[in-house]
Design a protein around this ligand. Structure first.
Ligand code: PEP
Ligand code: MG
Length: 583
């Protein structure tokens, strides 16, 4: 009987297309039996627990070192949290007391007490508390498998080119399974800023989240997983398999090799117009080397990941070091550093930010930083000090009102004044710009264009706010579409305002790497398209097939379209015509 074809629209976590066979790795693969023990065995159990803890710590240290080497600085901090959990001697002391009191085996008592700790954490609305519970689970599974004499959970066997499916994977597992040639992950829970997501993106391993996926699939199911859109096709047809093989070849994990092959950068349209293509980055990673070698600028550096990786806001010196390294790595090109874009959806439960019912509409982005100006000024100071080592632009997120820009600018001026007074050198002409990701900002782009040095359109948020459709909610994903004419009108308004006041305008949301939309944006006169590095190769190639005058005609036709569907149809037929012409 043929296997049943099914599709799921999941949450995209880490971009790229993969095709492979499923291997399900369920949580709790380590079983812990309850074994009564005589008094004479208590010391043996306690020694075994100490040994398992010591082995776990050694493994975590190794993982931290390996992550540090393969990916770089802050990512390896993911393991610091787990190291702290593993070495929590107060907790271990209590476990040992209970082993003595209950006269039960170490694994049973340890697991019981871990479960008691995790239960309230895992139900929290706060993603950071949930992340903590995942870290505790990860550590405890490692300890338990040592106690049981299995070694790491990584003893699980699977063939190369397997897509691993499970409830969630720890950062250590992602690193380990990736080393053992797993090509990607489908998980049941986790968000874009979870530790797993962070590691996966740094390693460029595709990941998507589909609720309860481990119930929906079976071992050896053939699946296609598109980590960029979140689409999962289970038991696809042969023609889908071929189609995605081709797509993968074009997009694939070979980002670095493909970027190497590109001719001159920046690419030029058929009629010789240069289009600047830039990268969106979150943390240092393997792609840095080729990006800098080919002189790609960084159009969006999401610096909040530096905070998300620490236990608190990183201090000035730590940030200075981080930005100095970026400046040194990208000494050939301009790096746009976005200041911390935090809100109660991303921030940790450190008591700093209260729970909000509606975080997307709440205290986030520049709003937080203007209210916590010490933290904002500390970041600006670190960026400015490092600015002499490279070429930076400062970008402010989630600006919805001109006065917010004025206030931020004033704080930046204060930092500059202090640095001058202290005789510390910095780039006096560092451009300061804003993200346009709220409709109010796009509608008043003219006012902003008079004041700012540049603008960058964040279509991920602009789409969610324009369409009133949460970008992470699969139920409204039909509405969440950047092709909607309202979103395109706001993009055009912003680009027109930039042209009027001679200010560069980039697009740095996901749509910047969308091959159907790129011709439209070139027609609208965009200055820079900044995207996930995995999209760079295809977009550069496409640019060289476009005639900039022809795409201006496309703009008129698209802007008179009433619906997402009609825009899609027109963009699709333009794309097909372009491909046919060039084939
Ligand atoms: C955006 O909103 O389009 C954007 C680039 O920022 P982020 O995805 O980090 O919110
Ligand atoms: Mg945004």
């Amino acid at each position: 009987m043929p296997y049943r074809r099914k599709t799921y629209k999941g949450l995209p976590i880490s971009g790229g297309i993969i095709l492979g066979n499923v291997r399900i790795i369920l949580p709790g693969s380590v079983r812990v039996a309850e074994v009564p023990i005589p008094v004479s065995r208590i010391s043996h159990e306690i020694t075994a627990l100490d040994k398992a803890i010591a082995e776990t710590i050694v493994e975590l240290r190794k993982l931290s070192d390996s992550a540090g080497k393969r990916i770089g600085g802050p990512v390896s901090k993911v393991f610091d949290a787990q190291l702290m959990i593993a070495g929590d001697y107060e907790f271990l002391g209590k476990v040992k007391e209970q082993i003595k009191k209950r006269r039960r085996n170490a694994g049973f008592v340890y697991n019981l007490m871990v479960q008691d700790t995790i239960k309230p954490l895992s139900k929290s609305n706060d993603p950071y508390i949930r992340q903590m519970s995942q870290d505790v689970t990860a550590v405890s599974e490692q300890v338990l498998s040592h106690l049981a004499g299995y070694g790491q959970k990584s003893t699980v066997r699977f063939q190369a080119n397997t897509i691993l499916v499970g409830k969630s994977f720890t950062p250590g597992e992602v690193l380990d399974y990736r080393n053992r040639k797993a090509i990607g992950f489908l998980v049941g829970e986790g968000g874009r800023s979870s530790h797993m997501a962070l590691i996966a993106r740094s390693l460029m391993v595709p990941v998507a989240v589909v609720e309860k996926c481990w119930h929906l699939l079976s071992d050896n199911d053939r699946i296609i997983l598109d980590g960029t859109s979140g689409l999962v096709i289970v038991n696809p047809t042969e023609s889908e398999w071929d189609e995605y093989q081709k797509k993968k070849k074009r997009q694939g994990p070979a980002t670095i090799t493909r970027i190497k092959k590109l001719p001159a950068i920046p690419p030029k349209t058929l009629d010789g117009i240069e289009v600047q293509i830039a990268a969106n980055l979150e943390l240092p990673g393997p792609v840095d080397e080729i990006l800098t070698e080919r002189k790609f600028p960084v159009g969006l550096y999401r610096t909040e990941f530096l905070y998300l990786e620490s236990d608190s806001f990183p201090g000035e010196e730590e940030q200075f070091e981080f930005y100095s390294k970026i400046a040194a790595t990208y000494s050939n090109s301009v790096v746009t550093l976005r200041t911390f874009d935090l809100g109660s959806d991303k921030i940790k439960a450190d008591g700093l930010i209260p729970h909000e019912d509606n975080p997307a509409l709440g205290w986030r982005g520049i709003r937080v930083m203007l209210d916590m100006s010490d933290i904002f000024k500390c970041q600006i100071r670190a960026i400015m000090r490092a600015s002499v080592k490279g070429k930076f632009r400062i970008m402010l997120p989630m600006i919805s009102d001109v006065t917010e820009f004025d206030r931020a600018r004033k704080l930046i001026a204060q930092v500059a004044f202090d640095l001058r007074r202290s005789g510390i050198d910095f780039d006096k002409n560092i451009p300061v710009g804003i993200m346009i990701e709220v409709p109010s900002a796009a509608l008043t782009a003219d006012q902003f264009a008079k004041k700012v040095d540049f603008m960058s359109i964040g279509t991920n948020d602009l789409t969610q706010y324009t369409m009133s459709a949460d970008r992470n909610n699969a139920r409204v994903s039909g509405l969440y579409n950047s092709y909607h004419p309202s979103v395109l009108h706001l993009i055009k308004l912003t680009l027109d305002a930039g042209r009027k006041y001679n200010k560069p305008v980039s697009i740095c949301g996901e749509i910047a790497g969308d091959l159907m939309a790129v011709p439209l944006f070139i027609g609208m006169g965009v200055s820079q398209l900044s995207m996930n590095p995995a999209r760079i190769f295809d977009v550069c190639r496409l640019v060289s097939k476009i005639d900039s005058k022809m795409v201006q005609l496309l703009v008129g036709s698209i802007m008179s379209s009433p619906t997402t569907a009609s825009v899609t149809k027109k963009l699709e037929s333009y794309r097909n015509a372009l491909e046919n012409k060039n084939s």
